[in-house]
Design a protein around this ligand. Structure first.
Ligand SMILES: C[S@@+](CC[C@H](N)C(=O)[O-])C[C@H]1O[C@@H](n2cnc3c(N)ncnc32)[C@H](O)[C@@H]1O
Length: 276
């Protein structure tokens, strides 16, 4: 599936498939506000803002927030949640690989589960560096799949892989942000540009789901990993997976729980520009 319309297709169910609740997002926003010592004038940019899960609490607290996303449908979901676009929110429908903003426009740039989606990460990082104000913050964040759901996913992957062999195309979004962070070597690249870095766990919380609930996400092909095979083969994989779940978990109503983390790699922009 084309990377550009993948999120358009899943925009309506995107939030249901995630585990960042409104109250956790609010606590994380407070953590970020403290971390960057925000004042009422602090401006935030989130490229790949999606449905606004991470930044809605910042908008509600009155901060100036700009979101950019390649998927108009994801942005529409964001607007619907706020019944429109408040004055302190700007939403831009564009490819974030080149940020359509002046140099030094933002105090904070936030990326959450999006670095792995841009075609050239180095160019993208240069763009972030360019639009940040001196001493601004780049917060690269992730709230990766909690362990119980990861295990569930691994069972699904094992079954789907049996149907994959005849199809060589893999989905564009199947790599995890963890891999993306390793590939791009953010730390090293930004250090050469004079950034100082810190790592934080902003929040840990318990996530619980019934097996039936999780299965429904897979039935509606809500994740990139579900797009590895055409629909006909996918139906067979799902039927096999449902049978597996019934046997393995005992009941589709069984609840599985584990702890999720909101992690932040914070990079502080140097005062004066580097030569690189
Ligand atoms: C995994 S979602 C994350 C959304 C949001 N950051 C969150 O944490 O819920 C990735 C988002 O990045 C957007 N995206 C992917 N590539 C992009 C690009 N090159 N420019 C702008 N947005 C992009 C997608 O449309 C999608 O909304």
């Amino acid at each position: 599936m084309n990377k550009n319309n993948y999120y358009d297709k899943i925009s309506q169910i995107y939030d249901q498939t995630r585990w960042l609740t409104e109250s956790v997002a609010a606590e994380v926003a407070d953590f970020m506000i403290k971390l960057v010592s925000a004042t009422p004038k602090t401006s935030f940019l989130e490229p790949g803002v999606g449905t606004g899960l991470n930044v809605i609490p910042l908008v509600k607290r009155g901060y100036s927030v700009t979101g950019i996303d390649i998927s108009e449908q994801m942005l529409n979901q964001f607007r619907q949640k706020l019944n429109g676009t408040p004055e302190n929110l700007t939403l831009v429908h564009a490819d974030a690989s080149q940020l359509p903003f002046e140099n030094g426009s933002f105090d904070v740039v936030l990326t959450v589960h999006m670095l792995h989606t841009v075609s050239d990460r180095q160019i993208f990082l240069n763009e972030i560096d360019r639009v940040l104000k001196p001493k601004g913050f780049f917060l690269n964040c992730q709230w990766i799949t909690p362990p119980a759901r990861r295990e569930f996913e691994a069972h699904f992957r094992a079954i789907q892989s049996k149907y994959e062999s005849k199809h060589s195309n893999s989905a564009p979004e199947s790599k995890s942000p963890v891999h993306a962070i390793e590939e791009v070597d953010l730390e090293q690249y930004l250090r050469t540009k004079g950034y100082q870095s810190n790592y934080f766990i902003a929040k840990e919380w318990k996530v619980s789901n019934t097996i039936a609930e999780l299965l429904d996400f897979y039935k509606s092909r809500a994740y990139g990993l579900c797009w590895q095979v055409p629909q006909e083969d996918y139906n067979k994989a799902i039927a096999e997976f449902e049978q597996f779940c019934t046997n393995h978990y005992g009941s589709l109503e069984k609840v599985i729980s584990s702890v999720a983390k909101f992690e932040i790699w914070a990079y502080r922009h140097p005062t004066s520009p580097s030569n690189s």
